[in-house]
Design a protein around this ligand. Sequence first.
Ligand SMILES: [Zn+2]
Length: 155
Amino acid sequence: MILAVFSIIIIIMLKRFLIQIATLFFVATLFGLTLKQFGVSLIYSVPFGIMLQFGIYYAYVTALNAYVELRNKKLENERIKEFSLQGIEVTCPCALKKTEFVPIVLNTNNTYKCNTCQKNISVYIVPETALITETIANITLPTVIPTEEESNGNS
Ligand SMILES: [Zn+2]
């Protein structure tokens, strides 16, 4: 059973390899026959065709890798930009009390330049804690039964 699966995998791999080799030689032969029209011998043009295909393949793989790397770097930059977009609205301590949105990064000293007074302002982040209280929405109130007088008065 295992041997059968193994041999099938080998056959598939061998088939793929043979198809690739056949394609390589086919294209190289076509290339050689084309060059033959211009008086180039097949002895030179066919090996050159094979080499050329390897060269093109290498260039393609290199370009693809470069593209993927560039795209990954771009995505990483976007992620960083998104992170740095987190900020808070702060009011400048100057007389004009201008409110501005300042990006905040927790592990650095956050400073910004006020657009109105052109002074450098430091932003201090003071974490505060508070106990979260449970809501009383689930408490059921006892039903009020009207007295005899109240029910007589209503009717
Ligand atoms: Zn200011």
